[in-house]
Design a protein. Structure first.
Length: 372
């Protein structure tokens, strides 16, 4: 056993220090990025990716076809849930659906049935997969690295997203095994209880800094996956060196997620006068169920229940119903543009180079945090 003495940083541990800027307006900020990938072979001479590098997570109620279609209209990316059946995936990734191919990843695990399903879709005539997200809870197993090598050998043209890890050495191993983009994050998600159940994890800002440094040294890329609760956190992830930022909870609760809208009724503390006396004012509030993909709910839905050798590592909650996802996207992108104007970064690409983080014990004034 050994102890690392240096304190690691999370999103609530830092703020971005403002500096002199020549930008006159948020609309001058360019949020689009272009990337070429280290391991995926491409016939194109230019970049393989062009878009706003924010991703919807491959979680129930988030990584849906409908969210993918909505986000792709604005250049954002989606990693689909793993549970779509083969026929629906083949239809979605048909060559005529070009925008789907450019901003959407097929998601899979590493079990044999996952691989068989993937190969069937991949080999279907007129189906073209550009991005594959190989997603496991623990990216440190030798079996995972071997799977990435096998996938790279058999599918040299696809961009492989692999994770999750939180350290530089494993980021390097996955890239050298054939991954192009490494997913960074163990336990930071809003409905993830891995840190409670296992005691394992790594503060997310420090994890992103370490893994981005390792990946960029090899020509690879990283995704900051989990832990963002507001647009400012997303900006901090990019400032820490993330090439992409993946969101689950922030994209949950929207129409395009497909979840059932549930009504709850609450006394709001106000009263009104009636003929029989004073009555409490009752408010209707709408919610949508959201849960971690290692939760009991997810296991019951997709795997026939929680196995006796496992414990639940995810919460089941109700998130406020948010309507169309476009409104959230506009708020999110507006916040990031504002960050860039404070930091003097005309392009999102420049944000990490323009950033100085300030360590802090308090993010904002909380006096009226629950009012409006």
């Amino acid at each position: 056993m050994r102890i690392e003495e240096e304190k690691k940083l999370d999103y609530d541990s830092v703020l971005i220090r403002p500096k002199r800027s020549e930008l006159g307006s948020r609309k001058e900020v360019d949020l689009y990025r272009e990337f070429s990938f280290r391991n995926a072979k491409s016939d194109a001479n230019g970049p393989q990716y062009h878009g706003v590098p924010i991703m919807a997570s491959n979680m129930d109620g988030v990584g849906t076809f409908e969210i993918a279609e909505a986000l792709s209209e604005h250049g954002l990316f989606t990693c689909l849930i793993k549970s779509y059946d083969e026929s629906d995936l083949c239809e979605f990734f048909h060559v005529d659906a070009v925008k789907h191919r450019e901003h959407v990843a097929y998601s899979m695990g590493i079990a044999q049935h996952d691989y068989d399903k993937f190969k069937s879709v991949y080999n279907t005539e007129k189906v073209k997969l550009k991005y594959i997200c190989v997603d496991v809870a623990n990216g440190y197993s030798e079996r995972f690295s071997e799977f990435i090598k096998r996938l790279r050998d058999e599918c040299p043209d696809v961009v492989i997203i692999a994770g999750n890890v939180v350290t530089g050495e494993m980021t390097e191993e996955l890239i050298l095994s054939g991954a192009d983009i490494v997913k960074v994050g163990i336990g930071p998600g809003s409905v993830c209880t891995t840190r409670i159940q296992t005691g394992v994890g790594f503060p997310q800002v420090s994890a992103v800094i370490e893994c981005a440094d390792a990946a960029h040294g090899l020509g690879g890329h990283v995704i900051a996956d989990g832990g963002c609760t507001n647009p400012g956190d997303v900006s901090k992830a990019f400032a820490a060196g993330a090439d992409f930022v993946m969101l689950g909870g922030m994209f949950a609760g929207h129409d395009e997620g497909g979840g059932e809208v549930i009504s709850r009724y609450y006394k709001n503390g106000e009263v009104y006068k009636t003929e029989s006396g004073w009555e409490d004012v009752i408010e209707q509030r709408k919610f949508v169920q959201f849960y971690g993909m290692s939760s009991k709910a997810a296991n019951e839905k997709h795997f026939g229940g929680l196995k006796e050798y496992r414990s639940s590592e995810g919460r089941e909650i109700l998130v406020p119903y948010r309507g169309e996802i476009l409104h959230t996207v506009q708020d999110l992108l507006g916040g990031i543009r504002s960050t860039c104007t404070y930091a003097g970064a005309k392009k999102l690409k420049w944000l990490s180079k323009c950033t100085t983080f300030v360590k802090t014990d308090q993010q904002f004034n909380t006096v009226f945090a629950n009012q409006g």
